[in-house]
Design a protein. Structure first.
Length: 118
């Protein structure tokens, strides 16, 4: 059983983004330009770009991004195993980011503590 109807969600989302595009065309056009920029260089194939996009979608907690990039990843030949490996990288990066920001938080605490001693 699926957690949510990703296909219906994606279809609704695309419609709402279309509405936003009518209300704020430059905002959506700017996104579309940035989104398509990587494909123009040709250094990575579309499947790889979609696997990266899916991993980033997980790290940014974007359900809409997950719905769109999971579809595009599969359409470009990504296997469930490849998706799982990309998601493993996302998990590692999230844990790594928490580790790095924990060090930053300790540094901030030390800075405040040092300021209290002055």
């Amino acid at each position: 059983m699926s957690m949510m109807d990703w296909n219906a969600y994606r279809n609704t989302l695309v419609g709402r983004i279309g509405e936003l595009g009518k209300l704020s065309p430059d905002s959506v056009a700017g996104y579309m330009t940035a989104s398509g920029a990587g494909a123009k260089t040709g250094h990575l194939d579309e499947k790889t770009r979609q696997l990266i996009s899916l991993a980033v979608a997980v790290t940014t907690r974007c359900d809409g991004c997950i719905s769109v990039h999971s579809q595009k990843a599969v359409q470009n030949g990504a296997t469930k195993e490849e998706v799982a490996e990309a998601l493993g990288v996302a998990i590692a990066m999230n844990a790594g980011a928490a580790l790095v920001y924990s060090a930053r938080a300790l540094d901030a605490v030390d800075s405040v503590s040092a300021g209290n001693k002055a």
